[in-house]
Design a protein around this ligand. Structure first.
Ligand code: FAD
Length: 533
């Protein structure tokens, strides 16, 4: 197979012209081409009057070696396509079903793969199924009625269910897991173009259907999916897991547990700490979410307002503050909503979400500052959690239970805003004006002010006085890491830490990839369950 790069086509001509452009570029007749598929597609908008789609295409030709001899070109490479392979089963015998805790992308993809290979896992999820969860979360945003185990962080589909559904990842992947995850998303209902576009995105509306379809397959294959079922304790014997407790009363015998509990399962982290699971505190980042008119971002990135083909434009910005801290935009949601993403009573957390159409009218993004264990109040493994909780509670108090918001100009002057400017907020959850300087450490606020001003040099208007800030964005990645060895197990044998909460992923796709990785590790040790179980 040959990989052909740098095929540039005016973006308006879309994918329809690739085939003819390819034949022309390669100087071949149609009968020479056996098959082709788009491997990557990105947009080159550096020249605003001449925006191009840039393709990399994989082709099979009848006479590839002869073709390569004729065409020596750095944009033409011979490649060996390596499909994802699930390993052969080990010989270990399972006495009890594998228990997977958490139905976020990590747990769900792990459960799906194991179910497809005959393991019939039990998937425990503390929150509700996605249908009921949508109602509960909708009610929370409308009335403030909060449920501790079913919210934006907890429930079927995990933290990504009410998200923008961005599927890009920076994880290097020689094993084909990335492609496999995207293929599974397509199999369960995502558009096939996520397989090759540079910044694939699904949207919360489509994600909810996908999550449900995956659950139905796990059950059809003999797995069990238990909602409102929280892992509350574990028992071990001679360093090996023997059983797990659900909802403080039901013990299940279990020698193989996947911990895919996400970055917000603070009570579970505490329980695991008390049971001696080796964990360490780790760095993460905190800050605010900023909103601008999407039109302003489109103008800056594409030189025009929203276009049906290009959709709403995204951006990514980084800055090093004079105090040495890294500041960066994160989880940018084109055409999205700022959402109240709290998961503890008395705390306020924000994040971003969008529908498939990305058409709210506003662009929002986290702007966050790196914090390390040195910033935390103690050396305890839970010190990062305490640090997050402290600032989330401040935000809750300052916002009187609503999302505290402030215009950027007023944030710089430490003044509570009186009214919105031209930028109108699009939020899910009630808001109130407050001073965000009181909701974050001073070094974070000062870093944010410097960075946002500097970002104004990159995107005109980024530092406009009426840009809206919402606080606080604290759940950017896990505050802890659960140690795992070369077999991906904890020192407590039989426990497999997995996904973002365990510190091995950041985002939907990398969490799902880690879920596959853990399923492979379990497969290498154990045979599938036989019919007698
Ligand atoms: P989670 O998705 O957090 O799943 C953990 C699951 O475990 C939860 O369902 C929880 O209820 C369950 N659980 C926790 N404790 C227990 C217990 N004791 N017993 C049983 N169940 C338990 N990432 C992107 O890549 N793109 C985006 O566009 C994006 N947008 C986001 C928008 C929002 C609003 C949020 C909150 C996050 C967003 N993220 C996004 C981040 C992404 O959702 C996470 O990185 C990803 O979901 C992590 O997957 P995970 O499976 O490791 O953990």
């Amino acid at each position: 197979m040959l990989r052909i790069g740098q095929i540039k086509i005016p973006y308006r001509d879309g994918d329809s012209k690739i085939y003819t452009t390819l034949l022309k570029k390669l100087h071949i007749q149609e009968q020479e081409m056996l098959s082709w598929r788009i491997y990557k597609k990105s947009i080159d908008a550096r020249k605003k009057h001449e925006i191009m789609s840039v393709y990399t295409v994989d082709v099979r030709l009848k006479h590839e070696n002869a073709f390569l001899k004729r065409n020596r070109n750095k944009n033409i490479q011979k490649i060996e396509y390596k499909a994802y392979e699930f390993p052969k089963a080990g010989e270990g015998l399972l006495k009890h079903p594998i228990v997977i805790t958490g139905s976020g992308p990590a747990g769900l993809f792990c459960a799906l793969m194991l179910a497809r290979y005959g393991y019939r896992p039990i998937l425990l999820e503390r929150g509700m199924d996605v249908e009921r969860r949508q109602d509960v979360v909708g009610r929370f945003w409308e009335t403030g009625e909060f449920q501790p185990d079913t919210n934006v962080q907890f429930g079927e589909g995990g933290a990504g269910t009410f998200s923008d559904g961005k599927l890009n990842t920076l994880v290097k992947d020689p094993f084909g897991r990335h492609r496999k995850v995207l293929e599974l998303f397509v199999e369960f209902g995502a558009e096939p173009e996520i397989l090759y576009v540079n910044k694939p995105h699904i949207g919360t509306d489509v994600l909810c259907h996908i999550v449900k379809a995956m659950r139905e397959e796990i059950i059809a294959l003999g797995g069990k999916v238990c909602f409102e079922s929280k892992l509350t304790d574990i028992r071990t014997e001679k360093g090996r897991l023997t059983s797990v407790c659900v909802n403080d009363h039901s013990w299940i015998d279990c020698e193989c547990l996947v911990l895919a509990v996400g970055h917000s399962a603070r009570d579970t982290f505490q329980m695991l700490k008390e049971r001696g699971l080796p964990m360490t505190a780790k760095s993460f980042a905190i800050g605010v979410r900023i909103e601008h008119p999407q039109e302003m971002i489109n103008q800056s990135q594409y030189g025009m307002d929203r276009d049906d083909i290009l959709g709403s434009a995204a951006y990514k910005l980084t800055y090093t503050a004079s105090n040495g801290r890294g500041v960066y935009t994160f989880c940018m949601c084109p055409g999205g909503y700022v959402v109240n993403a709290s998961s503890e009573e008395g705390g306020c957390v924000v994040n971003g979400m969008s529908y498939h159409g990305r058409d709210s009218g506003n662009a929002n993004s986290a702007v966050i500052v790196t914090v390390t264990p040195e910033d935390f109040p103690s050396d305890d493994v839970m010190a990062g959690v305490e640090f997050q909780r402290f600032w989330e509670q401040r935000a809750y108090t300052e916002g009187k239970g609503r999302i505290p918001v402030q215009l950027y100009g007023d944030f710089c002057e430490s003044r509570v805003s009186q009214d919105f400017g031209e930028v109108r907020p699009v939020h899910k959850g009630a808001t109130t004006f407050a001073d965000l300087n009181r909701c974050l450490p001073t070094y974070v606020c000062e870093s944010l002010k410097e960075a946002i001003e500097a970002f104004g040099d990159k995107i005109q208007g980024y530092d406009r006085k009426d840009a809206i800030l919402s606080g606080v964005e604290t759940r950017t990645s896990s505050p802890i890491r659960m140690e795992r060895d070369g077999e991906l197990q904890s020192e407590i044998r039989g426990i497999y830490p997995c996904g973002e909460g365990a510190g091995y992923a950041g985002g939907i796709t990398s969490a799902a990839m880690d879920g596959l990785r853990i399923a492979e590790a379990i497969r290498k040790v154990y045979r599938p369950m036989d019919e007698s179980y």
